[in-house]
Design a binder for this molecule. Structure first.
Ligand code: R5P
Length: 297
């Protein structure tokens, strides 16, 4: 599949795991900080003529991981690699995918453009926040579904209903519900762009008495979105709440906030090396390897 796999510092172990599945060699990368704080990077072996996959996750230290990715691509390009693909298990800046307020950038475009300009042929992104960059970077970007593999943690549970905490995540709820063979709905979430305040509402005819709700989102950061959704679903009668997400950013206090709101379980994909207590992590490498094998040019 790939001759060489190059795991960078943010990789949560996916690079080594898929190298074993593909039978690829793993390239060691040497990095150090210069005294002024700049990053130095060197690939540990020749990549000349090789088909390579660079693996990175951009959390924590998003900006640093971004720069490291660009430097690794440049080093591989200068080293004569024949094909340079990049797997990003968590893509930072993905939520700023349009101009919401005048004067803002489209941050995700800046990140992806830079990676392509540095020399990447293909970028695989696990569960991108939205389809917007997929349309913009059609030629270079491939999305890997990170939601369907989460379903295995809920198989066998009775009377489940899946919820998206906002309309933007409806496709995620649809994928999880399809994998579980249950119904899904979405919560109407509105965030004030200036104050950040979130308000949530749910269709009046949805009655959850005695049922278990699974709320699925791409990212959990402060836990505010999920906590609001939990409060709403409990008011509608749900007796048990499970939470699932692909990317667990989990800023300080977020897990307590979610559990405090009434969640019984939090299930999360292992897409970053940031792991916290009370969360059940799921390895995604087999699924990622299958998806890359299926879609590789
Ligand atoms: C937003 O559209 C995302 O899909 C997540 O719902 C959001 O990033 C979660 O953030 P927080 O946990 O801070 O509410």
């Amino acid at each position: 599949m790939y001759d060489l796999i190059v795991p960078l510092s943010g990789d949560p172990g996916v690079g080594n795991a898929i190298a074993s599945l593909f039978g690829s060699r793993v390239v060691k990368v040497y990095t150090k900080d210069h005294p002024d704080g700049e990053l130095y990077l060197r690939l540990g072996e020749s990549v000349k003529g090789e088909d390579i996959l660079i693996v990175q996750s951009m959390y924590p230290s998003q900006d640093r991981k971004f720069i490291e990715t660009l430097l690794a691509i440049d080093a591989a390009k200068r080293g004569g690699a024949s094909e340079i693909d990049v797997l990003i298990t968590y893509l930072a800046y993905a939520r700023q995918d349009k101009v919401f307020l005048e004067g803002e950038p489209v941050s995700v475009n800046t990140i992806l453009k830079s990676i392509i300009y540095a020399g990447a042929n293909r970028i695989y992104v696990v569960e991108p926040h939205s389809d917007i960059p997929l349309n913009t970077f059609r030629e270079n970007l491939v999305a890997i579904d990170g939601v369907t593999p989460l379903a295995r943690r809920f198989v066998g549970e009775k009377d489940l209903v899946v919820f998206s905490p906002d309309i933007g995540g409806i496709d995620r709820a649809a994928r999880l519900s399809r994998a579980l063979g249950v119904e899904f709905h979405y919560i109407d979430k509105k965030r004030d762009r200036f104050t950040g305040e979130v308000s949530s509402t749910l269709r009046e005819d949805i009655d959850l008495s005695g049922r278990t709700a699974v709320i699925v989102d791409d990212i959990i950061s402060t836990g505010g979105t999920i906590a609001k959704a939990i409060e709403l679903l409990i008011r509608r009668g749900s007796s048990k709440i499970y939470v699932a997400c692909v990317h667990g950013i989990f800023v300080k206090g977020s897990v307590e906030r979610i559990l405090g709101a009434g969640a019984h379980r939090i299930v999360c994909g292992k897409t970053t090396s940031h792991m916290v207590d009370h969360v059940e992590y799921i390895d995604l490498h087999e699924h990622i390897a299958e998806e890359i094998s299926r879609t590789k040019r």
